[in-house]
Every structure is written in C-alpha cells, then in structure tokens.
Write a protein that binds this ligand. Structure first.
Ligand code: ADP
Length: 471
C-alpha cells in the first residue's frame, strides 16, 4: 500500500518537476561554488606568491649591495617580524647543503625540493614556486626557491595554515547552506508545482464526474488568463458542444420514436378495423392501399434521415460538377409549377445565368426543391413566391421568398433542427426534415444559409455558395 503510493507519487508530474527543480538548483549552485572557490584560491595564491617574490627580491638586493651577512640578518629579522611559525627562510648551496636559516623550530621537517631546484637551475630561471606539504602537519607551505647568485640559493616559505582554514570554513559553510537551501527549494518547488498543476487536477476531477454521467459539470475558470485557464475554457467549450450533441441526439431519438409511432399506430388501427368489421375484398384492398401510403411516408422519412446523415458525414468531391445555379433552379420551378398554379400562386423569377458553383447536381436539386416546396406549401392561396439567383462578391446568392404566415422569432433558430415543425404547419404534410437536409447540403458545399422572416408577412431563405469559374 505504502509502496504503491510512493510509486504513484513518483509518476506524478509535480514530483518530476520538483526533482528537476532540485537538480537544476544543485547543479547551478555547485557551478557557482566551484567558480567562487577557484577565484578565492587563485587570489590567495597570487597574493602569497607576490609577497614571497617581493621578499626574495628584497633579500637578493640586500645581498648585492651589502653582502651575505646583512642579507642573512635581514632575513632573520623579517622572519621574526612576520612570525617564525608563519614564515621561514633557508640559504643553501647548489649541492643542497644549508648554511643559514631562520628559527626552524616549527619547520624542521620541511626539506629542500631537489626536483624544483634542479628544474629552476636547468631551466635558467631565477626563481620557482612550489607548494610543499609540511610533514607531520595538516597544512601546506608555499615556497619560493630563488637564485641569489651562482653559488647561493634561497628557500623561503609561508605557512598556508590560515588560508587553508579559511577555505575549509568556506567549504563547510557552503555545504550547510546548500543542504538547507536544497530542503527549502524542494519544499517550495513541490508547493509551486502542486499549485501550478492544481488547475489540471480540476480538469481531471471534472472529466471524472462527467464519466460518471454528470454532463452539467464545468471546470471553474479562475480568470488568471494563464495556460490552465485556457485549458479550462477550451475544455468547457468542448463540454458545451458534447452536451449540445447529446441533448440533440436524445431529442432526435424521441422525435424518431414519436414520428414512427404515429404511422405504425395508424397502420395497426386500419388492419384491426378491417379485420373486425370488414365484409369483403374491397375493404382489404383499401386497407392495402392505405398501408402502402403510410409505408411510403415512412420510407421517405427514413431515406431523408439517411441522406442527412450521409451528407453530414461529408460528400465525395469526386461527385462534384460545375453547374449553373440558374439551370438547377429553373428545373425545380418547372417541377413545382402545377402545384403553384393549383394554389393560384404568383411566381416571380430573377435568375442571372452563368452563376457557376461546384457541387453534386442531384443534391443541389434537392436543396432547391425543398426550399421551393416549402415556399409553395406555406404560402396561402393567391400568395406570392419569388426565386432569385445572383452573384454577390465571390458567392452565388440564391433567395427563395414567399408571403404567408412567416416563422415566429422564437422558432427561427430551430427550423434547421431535425424533426422541428412549426405549430402552424401541423395541418400540412411533412416530417420536419426538409430544412435539416437543406442545411446539411449547403454546409457540405462550403456555403451558408440564413433565414429572415416577418410573421404574418414573409419568409426569405438566402443561400450563399462559393462561385467557381465555368468549365
Ligand atoms: P416540414 O416542412 O416538413 O415541416 P421543414 O424542415 O421543411 O419541415 O421545415 C421546418 C418548419 O419550418 C416547418 O414546419 C415550418 O413551420 C417552417 N417553415 C419552413 N419553410 C417555411 C416557409 N417557406 N414559410 C413558413 N414557414 C416555413
């Protein structure tokens, strides 16, 4: 259980961010420390070396001007003044035999570095620095070997004890500070990562609630305008869309069930009446006729539903042809002419020729036919229908307008939904699928449709399709 929790924690993004934060912190601190350390030790060394060289040069000068005795005396005095524990000098011959030195009580273990002396002599250099371990002690000494003349050599050394102690104190302080800062960095990093990711956790919680069938939940937007807020807004928009789809699918299921039930109930009623009351073959023939009529209506509804689904799923551009919209509209008008005449409807056309669009001809015909069919269906006797085609910018604009009851404002947004039927249209035939199919066809052709209607006056559908060059 405990190990499972630890392993879950290790997989979390907050944990990984914290580890990265800590690693970057330790690395950058170590680099900063290393640079600082190098700088300090170099400055100390340069200072010591410069001091040693100036002392050695001073003694060499005294030897030149005042002879070896004065030089020895000056060296002893210098060692005493600096502190015999802190500094020593030794004069020796190239053979390595020492003939004078300061008080060597603290330095008796330190010898002459033959290698350094030989290298200096052979290299023709006048001096050379070495860092020599002081045997039996925990610190080093910085030593200069200098040629006073061809037969006298000087060895002068400084204890590095206090400098090394300073560096050790620095190292210890750095280590302690690092441990404390690392702990603080891990704690702060963990809280920062948790806080930054809390928005993601909210999105996850909401997604979980939704998978438990609560489509109403939304991720709270904190209005910080950061990435998490953008994620929340996008996620909520996606949820709105899903909810809309689910609601419309439920509605559609209800509508399909309802619209299928009525004709089936009618068919069943007819059959029952015929069975119980019928006297002869004539009644059965009438029942068969009615059943065929109802079945045709059902089949038409089902076919239209399938056509809408197929069109919404996308149309095959291979079936597209370049067509003149005026030709398509005129063919539909010819088809509906008798219907219009029956209702004494006044026709108006204003069709510009040669407005070419790319599309599937049978589908475009269906689109136009559905609009004209509706226009004639909902225009009262003696009313007026107008069909127009014209170019408008880069679009071919087609309008189908009719006088009549119009569409109430509150219904105007719903007419393109499947199975929607206006109250005043109940007396008319239809399943409420015509405009849904028109909408699907227009969308599949990259166009747009809009509706304007003034109740009790007129209804106008305006379709825009992209114009193309004629073949
Ligand atoms: P249907 O005509 O089968 O009822 P549609 O999808 O074609 O279904 O139309 C949906 C609804 O829009 C209709 O029931 C009607 O109320 C309204 N409508 C459509 N076209 C017109 C029109 N030209 N004039 C008035 N109302 C219309």
């Amino acid at each position: 259980m405990f190990f499972a929790r630890i392993s879950k924690l290790r997989q979390s993004l907050a944990f990984r961010l914290t580890v990265w934060y800590a690693v970057i912190f330790v690395l950058s601190s170590t680099v900063a420390f290393a640079l600082f350390y190098l700088l300090i030790t170099q400055v100390i060394r340069q200072k010591t070396d410069a001091e040693l060289l100036s002392q050695a040069n001073g003694l060499s000068h005294i030897h030149l001007l005042q002879g070896p005795d004065m030089m020895r005396r000056a060296a002893v005095l210098k060692a005493q003044a600096t502190g015999e524990q802190k500094m020593f000098f030794r004069l020796f011959y190239p053979s390595g035999v020492s003939f004078a030195s300061s008080n060597m009580t603290y330095w008796n273990t330190i010898g002459i570095d033959r290698y350094a002396v030989d290298a200096m002599v052979e290299g023709g250099a006048s001096y050379r620095y070495v860092t020599q371990r002081v045997p039996g002690e925990s610190y080093d000494a910085r030593v200069i070997y200098k040629r006073i003349n061809h037969s006298i050599l000087l060895q002068m050394g400084y204890s590095l004890e206090s400098e090394e102690r300073l560096v050790q104190t620095f190292e210890r302080t750095f280590l302690v500070t690092m441990v404390v800062l690392l702990a603080v960095a891990v704690i702060i990093g963990w809280f920062m990562a948790r806080r930054a990711l809390s928005g993601v956790a909210m999105v996850t919680r909401t997604a979980r609630q939704i998978s438990e069938n609560d489509l109403e939940s939304r991720v709270p937007v904190l209005r910080r305008d950061d990435e998490i807020d953008q994620l929340a807004v996008t996620f909520n928009q996606m949820l709105d869309r899903i909810q809309q789809l689910v609601v419309s699918m439920r509605q559609m299921n209800d509508n399909i069930a309802h619209d299928l039930r009525s004709p089936i109930t009618r068919i069943r009623g007819l059959a029952e009446v015929t069975l119980t009351h019928s006297a002869g073959a004539e009644d059965y023939a009438q029942m068969a006729g009615n059943t065929i009529e109802e079945c045709d209506r059902l089949l038409q509804m089902i076919n239209t539903m399938l056509a809408i689904s197929r069109t919404e799923a996308g149309m095959d551009p291979a079936s597209f042809q370049v067509v003149d919209m005026a030709v398509v509209a005129r063919e539909a008008c010819v088809l509906f002419q008798p219907l219009a005449e029956d209702k004494a409807i006044e026709w108006h056309f204003a069709m510009e020729e040669g407005r070419w669009v790319s599309g599937d001809p049978p589908m475009l015909q269906r689109m136009v036919a559905n609009l004209i069919d509706n226009a004639i269906k909902y225009t009262p006797e003696g009313g007026r229908v107008h069909v127009g085609i014209r170019a408008d910018g880069g679009s071919c604009e087609m309008t189908v307008e009719n006088t009549g009851p119009g569409i109430p404002r509150e219904d105007q947004a719903k007419v393109f939904q499947r199975f929607f039927r206006g109250d005043q249209s109940r007396s008319q035939g239809g399943a409420g699928l015509g405009l849904s199919l028109v909408y699907a066809i227009v969308t599949a052709h990259g166009g747009s449709i809009n509706l304007e209607s003034l109740p009790a006056r007129y209804t106008r559908f305006r379709i825009r399709l992209p114009l193309v060059a004629p073949l």
